[in-house]
Design a protein around this ligand. Structure first.
Ligand code: TPP
Ligand code: MG
Length: 333
């Protein structure tokens, strides 16, 4: 694995802070009704992304697919955050020309394949993307993310079976944040170790501390190496937590404030900042400079999005089909 140097810690801090602040801003914009529809935020789960990005080959080779909690992953993979913000405000400068919105951020160029609203539907799609990588011998690996609620869908079992049968280069990652809307993991199965779902398929699997980017990077590296050398899939259960409600309309009657505060004690950003301070990787002034840079960037994103136009009605069908790739005919068939 690429060593986890001072630079990596500083990057993790700045990236995760950007993702957190970007989403805090989205919550504020939602209240102002500038972001409409659904809005699902990632606050608390940032380490699961930061650790994975450390071992991914970006630029389109490795791919990622996830559910509707999908605003910050494309930013981490290199998509301009201004375009993500514009998409959320429904502007034509957005990643899907303002017509996808919160749940459907997408950038094939960067290897980010959405953004899916049907719970669990992206699991077989991720396996299919990995099939394409194997078939066309690209050497890429697909990271297929889904929640603890999605892990209860039948599509997981079909995808796990085919992925093992064909030794597909895929890493299945369950982000167990404790809840599926208002339903706790304890209420959905007789045991809470979701990673054990891999055992029935003899798929390498295990639990990971999803609040610590170092632990995530270590587990992801092993899984991605396995996929890249042709030895097939891995299933990792990231034990994580979401601080905010399921979406913006959630009274959160299913948990206590104390529970949320307990998890904030192991907050991923704070954990990384503690290492930075203890190891003297940055002075207080340097940390303040990073904080200010993040703040400025978020403001720049909002200004860009607000100053952009809404799409014209005449553009409505522009993004329905991507003409050049439709119909898709694999050249080897
Ligand atoms: C097939 C389907 N069933 C139900 C829903 C409604 N729904 C939206 S999100 C959600 C909870 C999913 O929870 P989880 O997979 O744990 O993801 P998280 O929101 O925690 O990230 C449900 C039931 C849906 N979108 N699709
Ligand atoms: Mg969940």
């Amino acid at each position: 694995m690429k060593p986890i140097t001072k630079e990596v810690y500083l990057k993790w801090y700045e990236d995760m802070l950007l993702w957190r602040k970007f989403e805090d801003k989205l919550a504020a914009l939602y209240i102002q009704q500038k972001v409409r529809g659904f809005l699902h935020l990632y606050n608390g789960q940032e380490a699961v992304l930061a650790g994975a990005l450390h071992v991914m080959q970006l630029g389109g080779k490795d791919k990622m697919i996830t559910a509707y909690r999908n605003h910050v992953q494309p930013i981490g993979m290199g998509v301009d955050p201004k375009r993500v913000m514009a998409e959320l405000l429904g502007k034509v400068t957005g990643t899907s020309k303002g017509m996808g919105g919160s749940m459907h951020i997408f950038s094939k160029e960067h290897g980010f394949y959405g953004g899916h609203g049907i719970v669990g539907a992206q699991i077989p799609v991720g396996a299919g993307m990995a099939f394409a990588d194997k078939y066309f011998e690209t050497g890429g690996v697909t990271l297929t993310y889904f929640g603890d609620g999605a892990a209860r869908q039948g599509s997981l079992h079909e995808a796990f079976n085919m992925a093992m049968l064909w030794k597909l280069p895929v890493v299945f990652i369950c982000e167990n944040n404790g809840y599926a809307m208002g339903t706790s993991v304890e209420r959905t199965a007789n045991h809470t170790d979701i990673w054990k779902l891999g055992l029935g398929y003899e798929m390498p699997c295990g639990p990971v501390d999803g609040m610590n980017p170092v632990k995530v990077a270590e587990a992801m590296e092993e899984a991605m190496d396995r996929a890249r050398r042709g030895d097939g899939p891995t299933f990792l259960e990231m034990k994580t937590y979401r601080y905010r409600g399921h979406s913006m309309s959630d009274a959160q009657l299913y948990r206590t404030k104390d529970e949320v505060e307990e998890y904030k004690k192991i907050d991923p950003i704070t954990q990384i900042l503690d290492v930075i301070k203890e190891s003297n990787y940055a002075t207080e002034t340097e940390i303040e400079t990073i904080d200010q840079r993040v703040k400025d960037l978020v403001e720049e994103c909002v200004t860009f999005a607000e100053e952009s136009d809404f799409p014209e009605v005449s553009q409505l069908y522009d993004v329905v089909y991507e003409q050049e790739n439709y119909p898709f005919i694999p050249h080897k068939l």
